[in-house]
Design a protein around this ligand. Sequence first.
Ligand code: NI
Ligand code: MN
Length: 227
Amino acid sequence: MSVKITWLGHAAFLLEGSKKVLIDPFISGNPSSPVKPSELKADVIAVTHGHLDHVGDSVEIAKANGCPVVCIHELSRILGSEGIEAVGMNIGGTAVVRDVAFTMTPALHSADVEIEGRIVSAGCAAGFVVELDGVRIYHAGDTGVFYDMKLIGELYSPDVALLPVGGWYTMGPREAAKAAELIRPKVAIPMHYGTFPVINASPEEFKELASKYCEVVILKPGESYEI
Ligand code: NI
Ligand code: MN
């Protein structure tokens, strides 16, 4: 079985194998998104943290598809209150939802959300190793680089790593190349760049620095990579 990985701009990806998995579907309001929320079909949605550019259209798409949203426990309480099935889990654990295994990994990032003008805790930021049809895909979420990425590589040997490279809020190209060195995936795909002016770091710079550790595939929004 192969898995088709489509970049929907920013941190949003669609994984298509025997099941369709949507990660961080920030679609409406995302200037780089090639699709509309109503065009997306999913069996399960995974959300790395509560920030708006990651929760995105999760609730609307979950309602339209009758599918669950997997996320950290506290965020699941917030999203679950909107009338969808939210599956809460936590860092270090693996949840199997609709035959897809989600292992939640740490991320170095904040994750509070603003609800009616107040800052509210939504748990902490995370990443996922998604295992679909035997293919392991690590979505790092929003994060700085940290040495335990080596542990993620050792434990889960991801085939593909989706890494933020845009800087300002996350790793930039230099830090993301160090992440590739620590994780050693077969393929790295840069994300979380180019959406807004402050995250206009160069994916080419990431490719130049990371290519000695793995294959680097630069996608345009809407493009796919098949593994
Ligand atoms: Ni964030
Ligand atoms: Mn973000």
